[in-house]
Design a protein. Structure first.
Length: 112
């Protein structure tokens, strides 16, 4: 779960149908990201994200100094959103094929 630093009513969560789909290798993985803003119902988001099938449960963080900025790390790569999680863009960082078989555990955002 990640909460927008500037708007605590904007929340993103990652979810899967069960623990096997959330945490096991790419062949069983199936996960999603949902967004809630205020009293509105939870809505799935996916524009720019990898397909749910084959994606291990994402790790989510919000940027503490930039309103509406979220990041997610999956076995498919690192993605960023600058519009409260509505749209995502894969970040161009080296991503080894072996990472696609792994479960990422944490994500820290830091500015130098």
């Amino acid at each position: 779960m990640a909460v927008d630093a500037a708007d605590p009513d904007t929340i993103l969560i990652s979810a899967a149908p069960g623990p096997g789909e959330a945490h096991h290798g790419r062949s069983q993985a199936l996960s999603f990201i949902y967004r809630k803003q205020g009293d509105a119902p939870w809505q799935p988001v996916g524009t720019g994200l990898p397909e749910p099938r084959g994606t291990v449960i994402p790790v989510l963080v919000s940027h503490p100094d930039h309103a509406g900025h979220f990041y997610t790390l999956t076995n498919q790569g690192l993605y960023a959103s600058t519009d409260t999680g509505l749209h995502w863009q894969k970040l161009a960082i080296p991503w080894q094929p072996i990472y696609q078989q792994q479960h990422q555990q944490a994500l820290v955002i830091s500015e130098l």
